[in-house]
Structures are given as C-alpha cells and as structure tokens.
Design a protein. Structure first.
Length: 249
C-alpha cells in the first residue's frame, strides 16, 4: 500500500553546514500491517514521516502510496493519508465536535457522513464526555484523541502516526493503542513511530530501526533478534548502534 524507495533528505545543501537527515530509506507497508519506526531523538524519524506524508519534498528517492508517486500526484496521495505529527494543534475556540466537522468539510465529506463518522469515533476513542467542550480546556490526552479523530475522519487507507502516545497517561495510551489495532483490523496500512520498546513489541508486525538518518535493520521482531543475537529489542538496537560507531584504536 505504501512504499519508500531510497528516500533521502539533505538540509542546507550548498549553504554552510549540510545535514543529511535521512539517507536512502527504503521499506514497504502492506494493507492491514503496522510498520514500526524506532530510533532516538534526532535519528530522522519525523523527517522521514514528513516525506511520506508529502509535507516536505525528498532531496532524492520517492514514495508510492496506492501505486501513486507522492512527488508527481501529491493531492491524490494526500487524500489517502491520515498524518498525525507531534505538533498537531487544535483550534482552542472550537469544540472537539466543531473541529472534526470543520475538517470533514475540508475533506469534502457529506454532512450526514461527517455526523455519523464523528459519532463512531466518539465511541471508539471514548470522547463523548468532552467532545462538546472547547478544545482550549482539553487535557493532553483529550486533545490527542481529537487529533487522531481528525486524521482518520475521512477513512484514509494509510495512517502515519508520529509517537501518538507520547506524554499520555496509561489509560489514554491504552485507548489509543486499542484504536490503532482496530484500524489495522479494518485494513488500514499504518506507520507507527515510537520511543517505547514495549509498544513496538505489542503493536508492530514489522519494524525498522533508524539511527543518524539510516535504517539499520528492518523485519519482524524475531528476524531482528536473530540477526543481532539478542533476546530483546532494546539490546538489539544498542548493538546495532555500536556497530555504527568507529571503535577507538
């Protein structure tokens, strides 16, 4: 459903310090699959996700979504994507319901379809108790639920979720993770960025470890553990990072 081919992003080329944020990233995500993207801050995760979401343009390489090249048909590709970034904001003066209705109209949905979809999402994300309050009074968890509702409202084939549970309490995190698994069951292709090893173990069918802009390894949890000869993902990641660091003589 989504395929990245040698995606590379270089910032400031020819203007002082050059930063190669992502290097030759290639992977594919099938329909009904969750692909995890793991790495430390500054590893290139968000830059990679923004290229996949057509928010920034690759320096080289390309991405296919539903058979369409994102650099050639960005508008058509965006209709198939729901993108949740770490800095997604809500309009404080609107209620959650008004916020969702507004984006439903932007997506070109019919009013009755918007109404039905909001009610469906209110139940799935447990938003009924606050959906008619203004967003400016929301907790972090409540705001994140509405943000997720916004990106999935138009029922996109692909979901790109950049650390969707960051900073949330355990109960809200569980609701969101259950929702992501339910979306997988409906056939959505999901790219799931996370810092949390336990989330990756629980959620992801396959995953890629990214460090200094390069995907060091990708595959199922069993494949990664076998390749690194480790018994847990944390140690597997650290061993791969150690391979990247030149040893002192």
């Amino acid at each position: 459903m989504i395929r990245a081919e040698s995606l590379t992003k270089v910032f400031n080329p020819g203007r002082g310090k050059v930063v190669e944020a992502v290097r030759e990233a290639s992977f594919a995500v099938a329909r009904g699959e969750i692909f995890g993207l793991m790495g430390p801050n500054g590893a290139g995760k968000t830059t990679l996700l923004r290229m996949l979401g057509t928010i920034i343009t690759p320096t080289s390489g390309y991405c296919l979504v539903g058979g369409l090249r994102a650099d050639e048909q960005p508008e058509e590709v965006r209709r198939q994507i729901g993108f949740l970034s770490g800095n997604t904001k809500l309009y404080g003066r609107l209620t959650g319901r008004e916020m969702l209705r507004y984006f439903g109209r932007l997506y070109g949905m019919e009013e009755e379809r918007i109404k039905d979809k909001i009610e469906e999402l209110a139940g799935l994300l447990e938003m009924g108790s606050f959906l008619d309050r203004k967003c400016e009074g929301y907790s972090t968890g409540q705001a994140q639920k509405v943000s997720i509702g916004r990106v999935i409202l138009h029922d996109p084939a692909v979901l790109i979720l950049d650390e969707p549970t960051l900073g949330l309490d355990i109960m809200t995190s569980r609701t969101i993770l259950d929702f992501v698994l339910e979306a997988k069951g409906r056939g959505h292709s999901i790219i799931f960025s996370t810092h949390y090893v336990t989330e990756a173990e629980m959620m992801c069918d396959r995953m890629g470890f990214i460090h200094q802009g390069r995907i060091m390894v990708q595959g199922t949890q069993e494949m990664i553990l076998q390749e690194t000869q480790k018994d847990n993902l944390k140690d597997a990641f650290l061993s791969l990072v150690d391979r990247e660091i030149p040893q002192a003589i």
